[in-house]
Structure formats: C-alpha cells, structure tokens
Write a protein that binds this ligand. Structure first.
Ligand SMILES: Cc1cc2nc3c(=O)[nH]c(=O)nc-3n(C[C@H](O)[C@H](O)[C@H](O)COP(=O)(O)O)c2cc1C
Length: 187
C-alpha cells in the first residue's frame, strides 16, 4: 500500500511537470480550446462551452505575471498594446498540428486582444485551421479583437465570435445557438 502511494505521487509529479507546456489530454479530440482569463469571466464562458463539446484545453500563461493592481494592469496593458508587444509565454502547444478547430477565449483589453493572446497566435501556426473566438468585455463589445486575430492568423478560417459582458448570465441556450451556428455542436 505504501509503495502504491509512492508510485501515485511519483506519477502525479511527472504529469504535473509535463502539464504547463502541453494541452491537457482530457480527450482525444481534434478540437482545442485555448483560454486566457485574468479574473475568471472568460473562464466561465469557457466552462459553459466545455459542457457542450469535447475539446482538449490549454491555458495561456505569461512567463512574467501581470500586476495584480488593476490600475497598474490597465497601464501596463495599454503600453504593451500600443507597442505591439508580445510577452513571452509559458504555454506552448507542441502538437498544435493535430487540431482542426481552435476555440480562442480572451477578455477584451483596450478594445483588443490581450498581448498574451497575440503571443499565442504568433507562436503557433494555425494555417488551415478553423478559429473560433469568444470573449468577455466590460460593455465595449469585441472592438478590434477579431481584426487583430485575422492579422495574426491570416491562413485560418475565422468563424462567428461569441461575446458577452463579463459576469453576465449567459444561458446554455445562447452557447448552444452559437455553437450550432458554427457547426460545432456535438452533444
Ligand atoms: C487591462 C484591461 C483592459 C480592459 N479594456 C476593456 C475595454 O477596452 N473594453 C471593455 O469593454 N472592457 C475592458 N476591460 C474589461 C474586461 O474585458 C472584462 O472585465 C472581462 O470580462 C475580464 O475577463 P477575465 O475575467 O476573463 O479576465 C478591460 C479589463 C482590463 C483588465
């Protein structure tokens, strides 16, 4: 029994060491859901989507964390977006080639995609893939975010994005309708 405990701990340590750089293999799916969410609003939408479709998941994590203080974060983000800065990521999906469809979730930052999402798109070749954006915002809508995605993934087919105000109640029916419209509803 003791031995099995040790084995389990060793396996857990191994899997944890391997996990940050790769997509989590929750299912053998040709769909990947990639998420960047600072305060959980976009994660809530992501969870609602994952309740409806089979997808593997990857979280976009920056190498150097953003400041926790909101005002400092706002300034840092504004500066980075103005400079077209792409921060280094901890996240790297090594087997990106195996996915046909990539759902990409993010919060709107200054009417745009957050810089880590720009980094993700620049770091991964999404040629020939279907790209499905979803975002939360504070009331300003999608802004230029989809145009920015198009620029960074010029050889992907971008389907209809989903947008919701962060923290608002999004019904399963809304998610269903959007997924169905994009031909993604499986169950
Ligand atoms: C740096 C920063 C910039 C933001 N810029 C905008 C904006 O331009 N328009 C808008 O509607 N909301 C903006 N917001 C609000 C977020 O988009 C909103 O709170 C979102 O739901 C956060 O998602 P998250 O919890 O997944 O990080 C901004 C938030 C931050 C932190």
């Amino acid at each position: 029994m003791k031995y099995f405990g040790f084995l389990a701990a060793a396996l857990l340590a191994l899997s944890m060491a391997a996990s940050p750089a790769s997509a989590e293999a929750v299912a053998d799916s040709d769909t990947l859901l990639v998420l960047f969410s600072m305060t959980g609003n976009t994660k809530a939408i992501s969870d609602a989507i994952l309740a409806k479709i089979d997808a593997e998941t990857a979280n976009i994590e920056v190498a150097t964390p953003y400041p926790a203080d909101r005002d400092t974060l706002l300034e840092t983000a504004k500066q980075e977006i103005n400079d077209n800065f792409k921060p280094a990521l901890k996240t790297r999906v090594a087997d990106i080639g195996k996915y046909k469809t990539v759902l990409l979730g993010y919060p709107i930052w200054w009417s745009n995609i957050p810089p880590p999402v720009a980094s993700f798109l620049a770091d991964h070749d999404l040629t020939g893939k279907v790209l499905v954006p979803f975002a939360t915002h504070g009331g300003g809508g999608l802004g230029q975010s989809v145009a920015s995605i198009e620029k960074l993934a010029p050889n992907s087919e971008i389907l209809k994005p989903f947008a919701a105000r962060g923290g608002s109640r999004v019904s399963g029916a809304d998610i269903d309708a959007w997924l169905a419209e994009n031909g993604l509803l499986e169950k």
